[in-house]
Ligand binder design. Structure first.
Ligand SMILES: O=C(O)CCC(=O)C(=O)O
Length: 253
């Protein structure tokens, strides 16, 4: 079968126009969002919904995330991914099945009806996770497209999916804020190279494919923070050096 979204295949890298709708069924399946919000989602590929949860709901969810990430039984499960070179939990997968509180969250109409409306049908969960992202210490999530990974590694056939991220603490420059490229949902980036066996076990800890693919004579351009060996936030300097991070990577391979 011809796969329009083939990637990590013999095709090599390419930019391919999205072949699927962004909003399905003209947004008629539910009425959680106004027409303006649907239009903005269609245009940018994301939507920020502020103050969906009260302070006390957010605090309860944060407590639950802390419980999940410090539970020794969970830390020993394959669902828990540790930070590279450490035992600190970076992510926990399948959290809607590991936690009743998160299961209830996934069924909360304030979120569920948004997904139903955008996707134009009833919905199911493909993947759930908590990402801890501790300031300065946690490894970043490099630029990536979730759909490219889900398509190639999990077999998701088309772009009839969405991601919903709930911030439990303020997102700022210190804790790796999630950054999105408006409009990038209209194109599919088909990537070079084959997927190594059990790639997800490493890539979920740290995405380092570009650097590890580099050969003699290649240059890898790193959009780093600059030449200083610190990061300054509100007058407080914390040690951080791009060169050390890259050296650490080469020392490991
Ligand atoms: O939170 C982030 O920075 C990225 C999260 C993400 O893309 C993921 O969990 O797949």
């Amino acid at each position: 079968m011809h796969d329009i979204y083939s990637s990590r295949s013999e095709r090599g890298s390419a930019i391919i126009a999205r072949q699927d709708p962004v909003v399905y069924g003209d947004g008629q399946h539910a009425d959680a969002l106004e027409r303006e919000q649907l239009n903005s989602y269609e245009q940018d590929g994301f939507l920020v919904m502020e103050d969906i949860f009260s302070e006390s709901e957010t605090a309860t969810l944060l407590d639950e995330v802390i419980r999940l990430s410090t539970d020794r039984d969970i830390a020993g499960m394959k669902e828990a991914v540790a930070e590279p070179g450490s035992e600190a939990v970076r992510s926990v997968f399948r959290v809607h099945e590991l936690s009743e509180r998160i299961d209830a969250l996934a069924r909360d109409p304030r979120l569920l009806d948004v997904a139903r409306q955008i996707l134009g049908s009833e919905v199911y969960i493909h993947q759930s996770r908590v990402n801890l992202k501790p300031g300065f210490k946690g490894k970043e999530f490099y630029w990536h497209s979730d759909f490219e990974t889900w398509h190639v590694e999990d077999g998701m056939p088309s772009m009839r999916a969405l991601s919903c991220s709930i911030m439990l603490t303020d997102n700022n420059v210190c804790n790796g804020p999630l950054m999105l490229v408006p409009g990038s949902h209209t194109q599919f980036i088909s990537c070079e190279g084959e997927t190594p066996d059990e790639h997800y076990k490493k890539s979920l800890k740290k995405q380092e494919f570009a650097v590890s693919q580099a050969g003699a004579g290649d240059a890898v351009i790193i959009a780093g923070k600059g030449h200083e060996t610190y990061q300054e936030i509100k007058g407080v300097r914390t040690h951080f050096d791009d060169r050390e991070i890259i050296k650490e990577f080469f020392d490991q391979i």
